[in-house]
Write a protein that binds this ligand. Structure first.
Ligand code: OGA
Ligand code: MN
Length: 293
């Protein structure tokens, strides 16, 4: 089986065709997909009506899966398996969450530009998001090209930020939208973790900004100054020329490289069901231990 790779632009986002993600893939196909994601950062597959087991099997071609953070609160009943992140507006009985539900308010954090699991010492390498039910309008996912954003920075800014270490926690990202409803046992698990601000993407050798809504401090810098620099860099990196918008159809699967992209969810009518399931391939090592370029 030879897959087709149709780029949306020279080096960002490609659509993959002639592939059935329900079936095991041979080595050549996995290698071709690995090459494609190294080059394009985001891959889009259409008409893939897969279940959670098939999604996990496909994802494991690219590394070990993260397990979702759960049991933060004793009353929380997960809807999905421990290897699936529940990107939906549903409770464990598949009912739409009420407007004031804490899970919904927390999940609104996905509307901020971020890189998955950057609040973990070992963040995510790839995320794979499968659309099971989508609303007729809205609820798009946007992706921003952080290698192109790096390339476009003035040399003086490149010199200034290279080597900087940021601190990331969900307390920072949720705090930006005024979500502060954490239990003491949650806060304990949410201590900030260090992340490089500039990374070299191994598969392409290109440098990339590593930004995320979870970033809130830069080591050795006063906090207001650090926050402003992070805001300026994010504003730069999410200009329309670096952004691709994906409008979902049920059966779509997108796969992105969190080392060199950011993403965010867009608004939709939340009385309608939006049900997406995510698997996440872990990156293996903390960014601060990555090989210096
Ligand atoms: C995610 C995420 C955005 C969306 O799955 O990690 O941020 O559009 N999703 O739901
Ligand atoms: Mn995400």
């Amino acid at each position: 089986m030879t897959i087709t790779v149709t780029p949306c632009s020279e080096s960002f986002v490609a659509e993959i065709g002639d592939i059935d993600l329900r079936k095991p893939l041979d080595r050549d196909t996995v290698d071709a997909l690995s090459d494609a994601i190294d080059t394009y950062g985001v891959l889009i597959f259409h008409d893939q009506h897969i279940d959670d087991q098939q999604q996990q099997a496909f994802s494991r071609n690219f590394g070990d899966l993260e397990t979702t953070v759960r049991a933060y609160r004793k009353d929380f009943v997960p809807r999905l398996d421990v290897h699936m992140a529940d990107i939906s507006n549903l409770d464990d009985q598949n009912r739409v969450l009420p407007k004031n539900d804490r899970r919904r308010l927390n999940a609104l954090g996905n509307r901020l530009w971020h890189s998955d699991s950057s609040f973990k010492r070992v963040p995510a390498r790839f995320s794979l998001l499968s659309a099971r039910v989508v609303p007729a309008e809205g609820g798009e996912t946007q992706f921003a090209d952080m290698r192109a954003a790096w390339d476009a920075l003035p040399d003086s800014m490149k010199r200034r930020v290279e080597g900087m270490i940021c601190e990331h926690t969900q307390i920072f990202s949720r705090g930006k939208i005024g979500f502060t409803d954490w239990a003491p046992e949650e806060l304990e698990k949410m201590a900030p973790v260090p992340q490089l601000l500039v990374r070299t993407h191994p598969g392409s050798g290109r440098k990339s900004l590593f930004l995320s809504s979870h970033a809130g401090r830069i080591q050795g810098m006063e906090e207001p100054e650090a926050r402003l620099l992070l805001m300026d860099l994010s504003e730069h990196a999410t200009q329309p020329k670096f952004v691709h918008t994906h409008s979902w159809r049920a059966g779509d699967l997108t796969m992105w490289d969190n080392r060199c992209t950011m993403h965010r969810a867009r608004e939709y009518d939340e009385t309608k069901v939006r049900d997406l399931h995510r698997t996440t391939v872990s990156d293996g090592v903390p960014t601060v231990l990555e090989q210096a370029a």
